[in-house]
Design a protein around this ligand. Structure first.
Ligand SMILES: Nc1ncnc2c1ncn2[C@@H]1O[C@H](COP(=O)(O)OP(=O)(O)O)[C@@H](O)[C@H]1O
Ligand SMILES: [Mg+2]
Length: 565
């Protein structure tokens, strides 16, 4: 909570001003019943018009102060809460952007999304509400009690006797509702998750005609969320009627006691007003507790992310063999730290060489890239780039060496040029050379505006192969030392794939290539082919060597190309 509150600091001046306005407005409100009582009981019987007007004027002045003070304060609190949430959300977004992949895995992305959206909203609500009621309610409560005692201590005792009942009711209900809101928030995560899975997997869902089932699945999550929301709302909805009941009972007693002690009408009336003010104050305090508890739960969820240190410790590892551009030495790694996803990985390639990684889905190909680029840290062994452990590089230095095209990478809704350049300010020449090498220039010339052609959201106005070629062009445009293509060729036809390989060889000969593929043709001419099977290397060497030595490779090759080539 402390961390979240620190985001209020820049606005402390505004907060102080807000609280002052609020306090002034509330104090003015407290004087109104007192003046009214004086008017009814003292001024009216004397029929003194001048005094009557004077008192009426006083009431008017106090009313205006109350009104203006409250309005200004409410506006200011909305502004302060809004700005503070803006800053908090910004900090959260940048922290999420820097999180390590393993940390994102741990939080899960639906949960990060709801922390950025609904949780920051709850923090906003609780700050705004607390600023508005935080000083008003206590002033009304204490002031109301003091003023009633000044008016008539016997009636005030009746009032005081009701307070414990209201407090007990409020405390019990608030405590319960806090627990319920935590459950509601968890259910909210579930709903976001269901929606996200459905949207990202929309084609699979549709292709397998699972839409109904997905809707049914969401229906369940939604029902659970609604049920829990109902429960907590039903509970908090109880507070008002319950408090009103206690108030009404109290009022009956005030009138009774007033009648017996011979209190004047104005006094009883003023009392009723104070009673209502006090009751509202208590309801206000209970509301603060409710939104605050929800806000605190949300603030904790946000702080959990903010407190996560995304820094990758750098340095301290022995260096490897400087001859190699890429070297994996006895690498083992597990995502969930229970069973290894890859193990016993050892291979090396010199500068300018091409490494081909082939293997079925889930065999660990992408994991090797993740380790090479240090999206995750190895559990055993080491990965070296240019003879230096990847853990000895700063993130920028390491990633600066790479040009990458991932399996399902994203394209932005911008021009083709911006998608290839990707905020790097590259030369036109590099962009053109890259798009030509990625066999993209033909289709780029074919679309309206060429490089200035605007892509739709998620590049839906391009085919899968065209998208893939743009991604490869992006990877190449920065003239990387190491090119990583994760299954990029599977969306390309054989002829295009062959052209790509040819231009890579001719124009990017100094660049070390790390090519993941499912097709033998894509790695056929690699200097070193690694055959992955269930997280282990089951064969390495050139195509010819593997055809001799590796049964799995020979089978894939036979199945795909009838054994020639
Ligand atoms: N972020 C992740 N968290 C947990 N397990 C993962 C994660 N990414 C991949 N895996 C698992 O690691 C194994 C290898 O995955 P991957 O390297 O993506 O395979 P490939 O790229 O060869 O299809 C699979 O069993 C997959 O389920
Ligand atoms: Mg993969």
């Amino acid at each position: 909570m402390k961390r979240t509150l620190s985001y209020l600091k820049p606005y402390s001046g505004k907060v102080a001003a807000e609280l002052t306005f609020k306090a002034a407005g509330t104090a003015a409100e407290l004087f109104l019943p007192l003046i009214m009582e004086y008017m009814i009981d003292e001024v009216v019987p004397t029929r003194d018009v001048r005094l009557f007007l004077l008192m009426g004027g006083a009431m008017l002045v106090f009313s205006v102060i109350a009104l203006v003070g409250n309005i200004i304060a409410n506006r200011m609190s909305a502004v302060v809460a809004g700005r503070m949430t803006h800053d908090l959300r910004y900090a959260l977004f940048s922290r999420i952007s820097y999180l390590k992949s393993s940390q994102v895995d741990k939080f899960t992305s639906p949960s990060l999304i709801s922390r950025l959206t609904s949780d920051s909203y709850y923090v906003n609500q609780s700050v705004a509400r607390t600023l508005r009621l935080g000083v008003r309610a206590p002033i009304l409560l204490v002031g109301g009690l003091v003023f009633s005692f000044v008016l008539d201590w016997r009636l005030a005792c009746v009032l005081l006797a009701c307070v414990p009942f209201v407090v007990t009711a409020v405390v019990i209900i608030t405590k319960k509702s806090v627990r319920m809101y935590t459950v509601v928030q968890r259910c909210g995560d579930g709903a976001v998750r269901a929606l996200q899975e459905n949207i990202t997997g929309v084609r699979v869902v549709k292709a397998l005609s699972r839409t109904d089932r997905e809707i049914e699945k969401f229906g369940k999550v939604n029902a659970e969320l609604t049920e829990n929301e109902f429960k907590s709302n039903r509970l908090t909805a109880l507070t008002n009627p319950l408090a009103t009941l206690i108030l009404n009972l109290g009022l009956v007693f005030v009138i009774l006691v007033g009648a017996f002690t011979g209190a004047q009408a104005g006094r009883v009336l003023a009392f009723l007003t104070y009673f209502t003010l006090i009751l509202n104050a208590m309801l206000g305090i209970s509301k603060i507790f409710v939104v605050l508890s929800r806000g605190i739960a949300s603030a904790h969820r946000i702080e959990e992310v903010l407190a996560t240190d995304p820094a990758m410790p750098v340095g301290g590892y022995p260096d490897g063999d400087a001859r190699y551009a890429i070297e994996f030495r006895d690498v083992a790694f597990s995502y969930n730290k229970t069973c290894n996803n890859v193990e016993g990985i050892t291979f090396a390639a010199e500068r300018g060489q091409t490494i081909g990684i082939i293997g079925g889905t889930g065999s660990g190909k992408t994991t090797l890239i993740n380790l090479l680029m240090r999206f995750y840290d190895v559990d055993e062994g080491a990965v070296y780039v240019d003879g230096k452990d990847v853990r000895n590089y700063s993130a920028d230095e390491l990633r600066g060496k790479f040009g990458v095209a991932f399996q399902s990478d994203f394209l932005i809704a911008d021009t083709i040029r911006s998608n290839i350049d990707y905020f790097r300010g590259l030369d036109e020449e590099d962009i053109e050379r890259a798009s030509e090498s990625a066999v993209a220039s033909e289709f780029i010339k074919g679309v309206e505006g060429g490089l200035d052609y605007e892509l739709a959201q998620k590049a839906t106005n391009l085919s899968g192969g065209q998208k893939q070629r743009l991604l490869i062009a992006r990877a190449l445009a920065g003239n990387p030392e190491i090119l990583v293509l994760d299954d990029s060729s599977s969306a390309l036809d054989y002829a295009t794939d062959a052209k790509l390989r040819k231009s890579l060889k001719e124009r990017y000969s100094a660049c070390t290539k790390f090519i993941v593929a499912q097709r033998v043709s894509a790695v056929r001419y690699a200097d070193l082919i690694i055959v992955m099977d269930d997280g282990k290397i089951c064969g390495k060497g050139t195509h010819e060597q593997l055809m001799q030595s590796c049964e799995e490779y020979r089978l894939i090759s036979l199945a795909q190309m009838g054994g020639d080539l």
